[in-house]
Structures are given as C-alpha cells and as structure tokens.
Design a protein around this ligand. Structure first.
Ligand code: GLU
Length: 555
C-alpha cells in the first residue's frame, strides 16, 4: 500500500467503491447531438428568489430549445439556511410560472436515474470521489483549528501576502507526515479534507463563459476545503461531483460564483472529469432609495426579491417572466414586438445575448410589460385570473365577481382584441378599483367637469340624453344619438366643425360624451362608454344621470 492509499483507507474505511463504479452507475446520457442538460439547484431557504426564477427560466429554455432536459437538484448542505417546506415553496413557485422539470426532486420523492437529487443524500458519492483524491495525493486532511486559521490570516497580513487563504507555504497541514496524520486521527482531532492544489500563482487560465465570452483568470492555488469537519461537502466539491455524475452539460448560475470558477476548473481536472460549459447570469439590482446607488436586490429590504410577492400583488406569471426576459436578454423586446402572440417558450433564448452588466429592477417597466400582457388576454382569461387572484387575496371581491358573472365578464371584455387593445390593467389587484364604478355600492360620483363646460350646459346634456338613450342601441346607433343632441344644445356634432370654428360652439361631441361619461362613471376616461352603460343597466344609468343633472342644476 502506498502512503496515500494508507491515509485514504484510514479516512474512509467504509468506502469500497471507486469512481469507476460511479461512472458505470451514471453513464453519459443518451441524448441527440447538441441536446443540453441543465439543472436548477437552489438551496431550500423557504422562498423562490427573483434571481432564482430567472435562473430556472434560463435553464428551462436552454434545455427545451435544444431537445435536452432540465432537472431539479436541492442543495441542502447548509443546514443553517434550510427552512421546513422550502422544497415545496420552490416547486410551487416554479409551477406557478409554468416551469417544470424532467428529473429530480418532486413533491413526493424524486424521479430520474441520476439521483439522489438532494445533496444530503449523496454523501456516499462525495466520499467515493474524496477517497480517490486522497489516494492519488490530491487531497489531504487539515487539522487547523479556527484559531490557527486566524493566526494564519494575521501572518499573511503581516507578510503582505498577495491574497488570503490556505495555500502554498501557509498550508501547514499539506506536508504532515503519515505518522502525524495517524496520530491526530487516533487522538480524535477534527479535520476538514482539503484539495491539494497544483496551481501556479503566475499562470492564468483561459475559459469561455457563454454569457461573457472569453475570460482570463488567475489559476487556482488555494487548497480549498472539499469536505467540512462534519463530512458535509462544500459547494465547490458538491458542484463538481454532482454536475459530473448527473451529466450536466451547461451550468447556468449567478455571477457570484464567477470568482470561484478557477477553483472548479481545477477540481474537475483533478477528478478527471470534463468540465461543463458555464454561463454566469447577472445579479438583479435595485436603486437604493437612501443612497441612490445600485445594490443587490435583497429579501430583507425588498419584498419583490421573493417571487410570491408578484402573485400576491396580482401580476400574471407571464408578465413577470416577460419582464425578466426584457431585463436580461437584450433582444427580447424586439422579438416580442415581431411575435406578439407567440408563446414565451418560442423565444429563441440565447445565453450569448444575456446582458451581463447588472440588471436593474424597474417596477414601472414591469407594470408596462404587464399591461401589454394583460391586454393580450381574452376577457374570459382575465375574468378567470382575476377571480382566482381574488379568491386567495380578496374573497369579497371574488364573491362579487361570481354573483354577477355576466357583468364582470362584460366589463373585463371591454376594448379587448383588435390591433390596439386597451392597456390599462397591470395587475389583477387593480381590477376592482379600476372598475369600481360598475358597482352601485362602490360607485363614487365625481362631478368635476373640464373647465370649459358650464354646469348648466352639462345638466342640459344629461336631461336631453336621458330622453333619447336606450340600452338596446348598438354602438353606431348609440353614437348617432349622442350626436343628435349636440346641435340643439349648441355643441358641434362633428369634430371637424368644432375644429374649424371652436368659437361658434359650447364644445364638441366629445365634450358631450365626456359629460355623460362623468355622470355615469365619475371618470373622464373609461373604455367603451356605450358598452359600459349597457352593462350598468337601465336603472343605474337613469339614477346616475339624473343625480348628476340635479347636481349641476344646484338642486
Ligand atoms: N445552490 C447554489 C445557490 O443557491 C446554486 C448555484 C449553482 O447553480 O451552481 O446559489
């Protein structure tokens, strides 16, 4: 037995398998040429982060558009951050956005031949690979205590070392003799397992990041921890073992991992694995109200960091996804303009087009995107979505929508379809305040008139209109009637007449309909007024118009 084999046997007495066994158990996937295997690998911290949603979307689109597959791996090695029900929260969150997985952790166990898909259940795999590294002299136990590590840092500071960390001459346990190791192990000293780096500080590595292009970074020289003292792997080691044996082809992950890339490349090479392709996605930033500077969006300060926020606020899932793509893929908006009705999954998502300079979350832009998304939906779809939003968030409003379904469906169908649908609703939570005038008990009259219309003229318009209006009129007939009352009251029935000689009239046909609109709805702007009056029904319309006329008469 060589010395390293002896140490390996001492450290991992229970491990009998070798990486060759793992290769046989997890063979390369039989997929067509060019098919990409991606993974979403969150930590179960109890909520889905907006950056996580983007990552999952990028994983999903990258896999699906290449004829590959995407799986869900749960990275639960940091037990301190774990929250009960965290996995369900992630699965529910993603399902709500239409993102599903081909393999991996599910609500009732897991599916797929490359598992287990939860890191805490993969201890055996990490130990097999770790033992092999020790055996080949590429990993060693390190017994340094917290105090020893602090002293080391102080030493590095005093020496003006180029960077801090466990490496080179500072890596004390790197050169322990076998006897020393055996003695410490026998004494039950806790230890971590470290990588024995063969890197050179003066060398640089070249890597291609799919989003950032060619990168040059210093070679890794750090003897990084692979297994912590409780045997749990670090992110670095788990990433390398998992993405190899799960046969990931493309690792799409947050840019916070970019500085660790040289470490990962070195580890893949030490393990004899082929490294996957990488794309590091930008962090989602926010303008800090206090400092005016950009900062990372944070769960603690920003409710929108957790995606449940958007569902609660009543944004359709589609709006959030479209907004994220707008934010992160520079060509998305052009594509959407050219393909207004195509499903989102048809967007040719390209990691190369990822904007990498820190994406700034902009609530106003989200609202704009969302207005367009809702404007593309049918009245029935808006009704269904508003009703399910209300059921969860505003049961009284849900009951109202159900009590008079015809009316609700009618109001939500106003001005939809056609080339220029109305873009007035950004979220389902806005439906009730937006349409409050449709319900007598919510209607709040506001009789304010545009400055150039005298109250007495407004009263005359309403009185006259009450004589001619019928809920049975179709749109052209309705408008003819509005026009018909103009001339006798001194208003221009044709816009061109009014434009040609505004001084000759009290106002135009548009002012006449504004007066009716204000009386019926309390608003100066609404969708199709003819349809609104029909939906309100004869009794309401007559009561509202008469009350307004009386108000203008000063009664
Ligand atoms: N669990 C890691 C995180 O939460 C995943 C990073 C990766 O995708 O590799 O950041």
């Amino acid at each position: 037995m060589t010395d390293t084999e002896k140490i390996a046997a001492l450290l991992f007495p229970e491990v009998n398998k070798t990486p060759a066994d793992l290769e046989a158990q997890y063979p390369p996937r039989a997929l067509p040429e060019g098919a990409r295997v991606t993974r979403f690998s969150p930590s179960p911290t109890g909520y889905l982060h907006i950056g996580g949603l983007f990552g999952a979307l990028a994983d999903y689109m990258t896999a699906k558009q290449s004829g590959g597959l995407v799986y869900l791996r749960i990275e639960d090695t940091d037990k301190k951050r774990e929250v009960k029900g965290g996995v369900e929260a992630i699965l529910d969150g993603l399902t709500g956005f239409g993102i599903t997985f081909d393999e991996g952790v599910t609500k009732d166990g897991e599916a797929g031949a490359y598992g287990p898909y939860t890191q805490s259940e993969r201890v055996e795999i990490y130990r097999i690979v770790a033992k092999d590294l020790v055996r080949r002299g590429l990993a060693y136990p390190c017994f340094c205590t917290e105090e020893a590590l602090s002293a080391l840092r102080a030493q590095q500071e005093a020496d003006g070392a180029p960077f801090f960390g466990y490496y080179g001459q500072y890596a004390k346990c790197r050169d322990l003799s076998d006897e020393e190791i055996e003695e410490k192990l026998r004494a039950g000293k806790p230890y971590v397992l470290r990588f024995r780096s063969t890197g050179d500080m003066d060398r640089r590595i070249r890597i291609e990041d799919l989003a950032r292009g060619k990168l040059e970074m210093p070679e890794n020289v750090i003897d990084e921890v692979l297994l912590k003292s409780d045997g749990v792997p670090t992110y670095h080691f788990a990433h390398v073992c998992d993405d190899h044996y799960m046969r990931t082809t493309h690792v799409i992950r947050g840019e916070e991992w970019l500085p660790s890339l040289p470490k990962h490349i070195a580890l893949f090479s030490a393990c004899g694995f082929r490294a996957p392709k990488y794309a590091h996605t930008p962090q989602i930033m926010k303008l800090d109200e206090e400092t005016g500077g950009k900062r990372k969006i944070s769960k603690r300060k920003d409710p929108e960091a957790a995606v449940q926020y958007f569902a609660k606020a009543g944004y359709p899932a589609e709006s959030v996804l479209e907004y994220l793509l707008t934010l992160l893929n520079s060509n998305f908006e052009d594509w959407r303009r050219a393909n207004p009705d195509a499903p989102l999954t048809a967007f040719p998502f390209n990691l190369k087009k990822l904007s990498v300079s820190g994406a700034l979350f902009d609530a106003a832009k989200l609202r704009d995107v969302s207005k367009t998304c809702i404007s593309r939906m049918s009245g029935q779809a808006v009704y269904d979505a508003t009703r399910s939003w209300a059921k969860a968030n505003d049961p009284d409003f849900a009951a109202r929508l159900e009590a008079d379904r015809e009316k609700a469906l009618g109001m939500l169908s106003l001005d939809r379809g056609g080339k220029k649908p109305r873009k007035d609703l950004a979220a389902f939570s806005e439906v009730q305040p937006y349409f409050s005038y449709m319900y007598d008990d919510l209607f709040a009259p506001d009789y304010t008139l545009p400055g150039h219309i005298a109250p007495a003229d407004a009263a005359a318009v309403l009185e006259r209109y009450l004589e001619v209006w019928s809920p049975d009129d179709d749109n052209p007939a309705w408008f003819e009637k509005v026009k018909s009352i103009c001339a006798p009251l001194g208003f221009a029935a044709e816009m061109r007449d009014w434009k040609a000689a505004p001084g000759d009239y009290k106002g135009s046909v548009s002012d006449v309909s504004t007066v009716i609109r204000i009386a019926a709805t309390g608003r100066q702007n609404t969708p199709d007024l003819c349809a609104i009056l029909k939906l309100l029904g004869e009794t309401s319309v007559r009561a509202r118009l008469s009350a307004a006329a009386a108000h203008y008469r000063g009664a």
